[in-house]
Design a protein around this ligand. Structure first.
Ligand code: 5GP
Ligand code: ZN
Length: 115
């Protein structure tokens, strides 16, 4: 999608600190980290919001979680654990309209997941 920041990051038109890439998925460090580890994991397919997900994308979403596990092992924080957050829409404060999974870790995170 032409005007999407994350599609541009996937294509290399906007630089990013890449962590992982395969034919379906791209992962990179968040530009404004909220924790010592803050990685964004995104599908290469442009899907604006979680509410746009179709049945045919179920396998892709499953693959995102197994890939997050792989990234956690690769980056050395699998044992300590991590939190995965996906914001959807206005109330969740979604800013970039290309679905993305925040992977947060590197410290003991707060007990509350709702601010
Ligand atoms: P949202 O609020 O939509 O769930 O999260 C969007 C995330 O994308 C934010 O954490 C923000 O810091 C990150 N972000 C926005 N623009 C860029 C960018 O150009 N590069 C990188 N690496 N992260 C970005
Ligand atoms: Zn996109």
């Amino acid at each position: 999608m032409e005007d999407c920041i994350f599609c541009k990051i996937i294509k290399g038109e906007i630089p990013s600190k890449k962590v992982y890439e395969d034919e379906d998925i791209f992962a990179f460090h968040d530009i404004n980290p909220a924790a010592p580890i803050h990685i964004l994991v995104i599908p290469k397919k442009h899907i604006p919001m979680l509410t746009d997900l179709k049945q045919e994308e179920e396998a892709l979403i499953g693959k995102i979680y197994t890939t997050i596990n792989k990234i956690a092992e690769q980056e050395g924080f699998q044992k300590q654990g991590y939190r995965v957050i996906a914001n959807c829409g206005k109330d969740a404060g979604q800013e970039v309209m290309h679905i993305h999974f925040h992977v947060l870790g590197g410290k003991k995170l707060g007990d509350k997941i709702v601010g």
